[in-house]
Design a protein around this ligand. Structure first.
Ligand SMILES: CC(C)(COP(=O)(O)OP(=O)(O)OC[C@H]1O[C@@H](n2cnc3c(N)ncnc32)[C@H](O)[C@@H]1OP(=O)(O)O)[C@@H](O)C(=O)NCCC(=O)NCCS
Length: 160
């Protein structure tokens, strides 16, 4: 699948098929980003190729510029979650996250999944907007401490 900006989305089946050494989602005011990048690299090597785990990447001519990981629940196969969706900081606002997520939803639908969930920080305008556009049901996720204000939304996209 090719996006208008010259970026192609593909699903990878083995860690050898992707090089994330240059993947960078760090931007100003994103001190967490190095941890996210490290977690993505670790997840790729640990989980790619395992049953129920899908890794989609978006590549431009030179490098991987977007990553999405999706897991299908082994206990409830009608459900899947997307724990990772990140786009390289220099490639944002070009529809890459939208293309990755749309592609992942198509993969999920083909597998018979009927609901795909993700968690989004309350201040992540980009992801909340994208989930809204994709028809997600967005609800506050209760925090472990019942008195604490909630920090995240649970977004559920129903397929079917
Ligand atoms: C969130 C993220 C993945 C979006 O990637 P992206 O490729 O820039 O997103 P897209 O270009 O596909 O944008 C999709 C829609 O999101 C919204 N959006 C994107 N960036 C936005 C921003 N900075 N502010 C508000 N809305 C935004 C827009 O509605 C956009 O559609 P439009 O451009 O047609 O209006 C990217 O900003 C990122 O990697 N952030 C850090 C990691 C992260 O927060 N991941 C999500 C964890 S739940």
């Amino acid at each position: 699948m090719v996006i208008a900006s010259g970026v192609a989305v593909r699903e990878i089946a083995s860690a050898d098929e992707v090089d994330l050494s240059g993947f960078c989602c760090a931007g100003i005011r994103e001190p967490w980003a190095l941890e996210v990048e490290e977690a993505i690299r670790k997840d790729v090597h640990q989980f790619v190729g395992q049953p129920g785990f899908h890794l989609l990447v978006a590549d431009d001519l030179f490098a991987t510029v977007g990553v999405l990981a999706m897991r299908r629940s082994s206990l409830m196969p009608a459900f899947a979650s997307i724990p990772v969706l990140a786009v390289s900081v220099n490639h944002r606002r070009r529809g890459i996250a939208r293309a990755l997520k749309t592609h992942a939803l198509a993969v999920a639908r083909l597998m018979g999944v009927t609901a795909v969930t993700s968690e989004v920080d309350v201040d992540n305008d980009a992801m909340l907007r994208l989930n809204t556009d994709l028809g997600a049901d967005i609800r506050p996720k209760p925090s472990a401490d019942a008195w604490a204000p909630f920090q995240r939304f649970q977004c559920t996209i129903r397929l079917g």
